[in-house]
Design a binder for this molecule. Sequence first.
Ligand code: OMP
Length: 276
Amino acid sequence: MLRQAERLNDSLLCVGLDPEPARFPGAWKDDPARIFDFCTAIVDATRDLVIAFKPQIAYFAAHGAEAQLEKLMAHIRAVAPKVPVILDAKRGDIGSTAEQYAREAFVRYGADAVTLSPFMGFDSVEPYLRYPGKGAILLCRTSNPGGSDLQNRRLADVEGQPRVYEHLAALAQGPWNTNGQLGLVVGATYPDEIARVRELAPTVPLLIPGVGAQGGDARATVRAGYRCAADGTPTGLVIVNSSRAVLYAGSGADFAAAARQAAQATRDELNAARRG
Ligand SMILES: O=C(O)c1cc(=O)[nH]c(=O)n1[C@@H]1O[C@H](COP(=O)(O)O)[C@@H](O)[C@H]1O
């Protein structure tokens, strides 16, 4: 699905759907009942510009707006059936509970992929791999400064003493990737680490948040993470997420047009970086 959407829309950009009613335009401001309306306006304005959409579940659950998220997922499937939807939930729990989280993501919401915290190990990830064709994207080297607290520590009892994120990248490329559906999250704020992850996991899709509001460099991100064959076919895809910089590009009645403009500019910048 990712390869198909990348070709269809000529894009590496993922628009993150992180709706904050306090930032909604005009009469919608502070009204959580407008979460669906706000998000569908963004989806409709950008659906031909993206490789994926990424709703962040907390922005819905915090307002008791799960029904609006269900409606939104159905809306995306209807208007952009070839664009994968990554449910950003960052789940991580023992196998029996993971089975419920997997059902929530893939059956209740119909997501194509879900983000997971791999802290509890492979048996906490495995239940998600039982769904054919569905993606499980593991936090590896996150975009936040505190990401280095644990992820950059070295593992003394693993050969070569890799850092935690390096070890995880190797597991995701190899033994953990039992159905070929794993991905990794690497922050745009750390391009050197993106390059290192790409070295260890040459073909795993990388979800890269952190351009836009967090200040990550789009060009450096693509250079570090995107790989293609001599004929231009991607061999290592990147899914570069921007949320706030797209969603809140404008604050008036024309917010959806402003979001489209911001998404288009970022998509073009990412494409220039991979072709330049
Ligand atoms: O898994 C994620 O999507 C994620 C991982 C990470 O390392 N950093 C990160 O910012 N994110 C998410 O990506 C989005 C970034 O939003 P913006 O900073 O507004 O573009 C938010 O939904 C975060 O929860």
